[in-house]
Every structure is written in C-alpha cells, then in structure tokens.
Write a new protein. Structure first.
Length: 108
C-alpha cells in the first residue's frame, strides 16, 4: 500500500493546532500571572497607604495639645486626689474635681 500525503498533512495540521493552543494557553497564563502580580502590587500599595495614614493619624493624636493637656491634668488630678484622700478631706477633693472640670471646659 502506498501512503498518501494526506495522512501526514492531517497530522501536521493537528500538531499545528495543538501547538497553537499551547501557545494561547501559555499566553493566557502569562497574562493572568501579570494581572495577578499587578493586582497584588496595587493591594500592597493600598495597604501601605492605609498603614501610613493610620501611623500619621496616631502620631497626630499623640502629639495633639489636647491629649498632652489631658494627660497632664490626669496626672495632676491623680496626685491631688491621692494626697487629699490620704488626708481624709473628701469635700476638698470634690471641689478640686469640679475646679478641674470647669477649667477643662473653659480651656477647650
């Protein structure tokens, strides 16, 4: 039996299609990988911005004059409260508390 060129041509065509599909699949996977990498980068950039914003906000809160004054008043209030309570003068303690709160309201 003689072989015709058709059988080889059919095989070549199938191999060409298979090769073409493999190339398309590789290209699709490469594009998907690039898209995923870009998305991960964008998410990381966004997370970094959120972290930076939170850090800046925390720094602003920690350095705010209101917080510093509140901490100072709290310390003074605590020391005064301990001293007055140790002496047993509850009325003076309550007057002192009222004075501090009135001063806070007027200041801020």
């Amino acid at each position: 039996m003689r072989k015709t060129g058709r059988g080889n041509g059919q095989k070549d065509l199938e191999q060409l299609r298979s090769h073409h599909h493999q190339q398309q699949l590789r290209q699709f996977l490469l594009q998907s990988s690039l898209i995923l990498t870009m998305r991960q980068r964008k998410e990381k950039e966004l997370n970094d911005l959120v972290l930076l914003h939170n850090t800046e906000r925390e720094a602003m809160i920690l350095c705010s004059p209101f917080l510093l004054m509140s901490m100072l008043y709290s310390y003074v209030f605590l020391c005064s409260a301990i001293a007055i309570c140790l002496e047993g003068h509850l009325d003076e303690f309550l007057v002192h508390v009222q004075h501090i709160f009135n001063k806070d309201i007027q200041t801020f």
